[in-house]
Design a protein around this ligand. Structure first.
Ligand SMILES: Nc1ncnc2c1ncn2[C@@H]1O[C@H](COP(=O)(O)OP(=O)(O)O)[C@@H](O)[C@H]1O
Ligand SMILES: [Mg+2]
Length: 297
């Protein structure tokens, strides 16, 4: 039977997976995966362009915002691995550090996060100034980018700490550091940055908007389907499924990915091997683990 399977709906690297047993395929379906789509592709390309810019007096910074679950942390991690891959190819190239902002950030949180990212203590931040040790280390390591996730947490600090934090970000992106800050956060983060006129001018804003019924969404669905080891094509881009997904999820990536992946598991449990509207409807619930899986090799 396997020889007759047409697996062209899958990415070449994923086709072998469709031949595995049900239990293994289900486990593969639940693994996090990255699906590129044009909008995130252009953000990644912009980060790369910033990384390649010569050091500037006022570093070019970027802010990527969107609602919870739209994919900011996934993109943050993807950009981290883009940067690691670049470093591997060009050992003498610039470097970057990345961290996620604590939920109640004070300057000492910044100190700890940066020290941890660098693997060396950076000393105390005083009056919004960058400690000398950090400055020297940044120079030695040719540090160019600072990636910060959950940057909206800046707003959780009291007013005085908030002002100190913003002054510190300003110092990072001004000489002698001139680091490019690439920040990710919910929409409120944009207000935090915009509340400081100098910072606002340095930041180019990007938004991850909710999905709507358009070519970009259909491309994302097709890309996702290409990773799911089902033996038949689901054609998720068809209008009925697209409309169902948008209305069931408010266009939030996290909810969409849950529907599709659970739908794929239901498609295996029900023996359909493709996601149809019924599988997507059932995907409101977590598909059960079946005892028969325990007998699989
Ligand atoms: N480009 C993508 N490809 C595949 N899955 C994605 C992508 N972006 C987001 N997701 C899914 O959406 C979920 C939520 O994304 P996350 O990055 O945590 O959102 P946010 O940080 O904006 O709250 C992830 O666990 C992942 O399953
Ligand atoms: Mg996140």
């Amino acid at each position: 039977m396997k020889a007759e399977l047409n697996l062209e709906h899958l990415l070449p690297a994923r086709r072998q997976l469709a031949l595995l047993g049900d239990r293994e395929r289900i486990s593969k379906i639940y693994e996090d995966c990255w699906v590129n789509y044009p909008h995130v592709g252009s953000v990644r390309a912009a980060v790369r362009a910033v990384y390649e810019m010569p050091p500037k007096i006022q570093a070019q910074c970027m802010m990527i915002s969107g609602r919870p679950g739209m994919g900011k942390t996934s993109l943050f991690k993807r950009i981290e691995s883009d940067m690691a891959a670049l470093r591997k190819r060009h050992a003498d190239s610039y470097s970057c550090i990345s961290f996620s902002l604590a939920s109640d950030p004070t300057l000492s949180c910044f100190e700890d996060s940066i020290s941890e990212a660098l693997g060396v203590p950076i000393g105390k931040i005083r009056n919004g100034l960058v400690p000398d040790a950090f400055c020297m280390l940044a120079h030695l390591r040719k540090l160019r980018l600072v990636l910060i996730d959950e940057v909206h947490n800046l707003l959780n600090a009291g007013r005085i700490d908030q002002r100190k934090n913003l002054a510190f970000l300003r110092a990072l992106s001004s000489p002698p550091m001139s680091l490019s800050i690439i920040a990710f956060g919910v929409d409120d983060a944009v207000h935090a940055i915009s509340s400081d006129a100098q910072l606002e001018r340095r930041f180019q804003m990007y938004d991850l908007p909710r999905w709507r019924e358009n070519d970009s969404f259909r491309a994302f669905l097709t890309g996702y389907e290409g990773t799911l080891p089902l033996r038949r094509s689901s054609e998720l881009w068809q209008q009925d499924k697209v409309r169902f997904l948008i209305s069931a999820t408010d266009g939030i990536t996290d909810a969409i990915v849950k529907r599709i992946t659970r739908g794929a598991v239901w498609a295996i449990l029900d023996g359909k091997e493709k996601i149809d509207l019924v599988s997507l409807e059932k995907a409101a619930e977590i598909p059960p683990y079946l005892e028969r899986f325990d007998d699989e090799e």
